[in-house]
Ligand binder design. Structure first.
Ligand SMILES: Cc1nc2c(=O)[nH]c(=O)nc-2n(C[C@H](O)[C@H](O)[C@H](O)CO)c1C
Length: 154
């Protein structure tokens, strides 16, 4: 049975890991191993440990960069770390970040954090179990959270 790792943060203002686990369980049979770390800069090593020590086939790294400049810098550093962890382990780590200022208010922020977590969880299920479905969706302007934008019109 495939093993999916989920790592999220306490800094985030919505329980992103819970939404991702719930969505995966609705659509696939997989062992899920969940971890929570303080913030996004702690995600890369947590994901790498899930891959190397817990034998996860794929990992979701979920977090919320804040709205200050130092948070944006932090997000860039965390992303770089996540990419390095992917290259070091030759394993996908699907980064699910929702910037705190993407939502116009708290309600929209919570909506976006839940939807993006769930839609990327579906991507993970497709990557593991139905890769041909992703090929069908190539170039279709999919977005996670807000509405899909569709293909460019010619
Ligand atoms: C400035 C800052 N901003 C964020 C953020 O926007 N989002 C987040 O999840 N975590 C932030 N952190 C915390 C770091 O990611 C990390 O948890 C600490 O530096 C401890 O390693 C920090 C320190």
């Amino acid at each position: 049975m495939p093993v999916i790792g989920i790592v999220d943060t306490t800094f985030a203002r919505f329980n992103m890991g819970k939404a991702a686990v719930d969505e995966i369980q609705k659509h696939a049979s997989a062992k899920i191993i969940r971890r929570t770390v303080p913030g996004i800069k702690d995600l890369p090593v947590a994901a790498k440990k899930l891959i190397e020590e817990e034998k996860c086939d794929i990992v979701m790294a979920l977090g919320m960069p804040g709205s200050k400049d130092k948070d944006r810098m932090c997000a860039h550093e965390a992303s770089t770390g996540i990419i390095r962890a992917q290259l070091m382990t030759n394993t996908h780590i699907i980064e699910v970040f929702v910037h705190e200022d993407e939502g116009k208010d708290e309600k929209e922020l919570a909506f976006l954090m839940e939807q993006r977590s769930r839609e990327h969880a579906l991507n993970v299920v497709k990557m593991l179990f139905k890769p041909e479905q992703l090929i069908k969706e190539a170039g279709t302007g999919q977005r996670q959270g807000f509405r899909d934008v569709g293909p460019a019109r010619v």
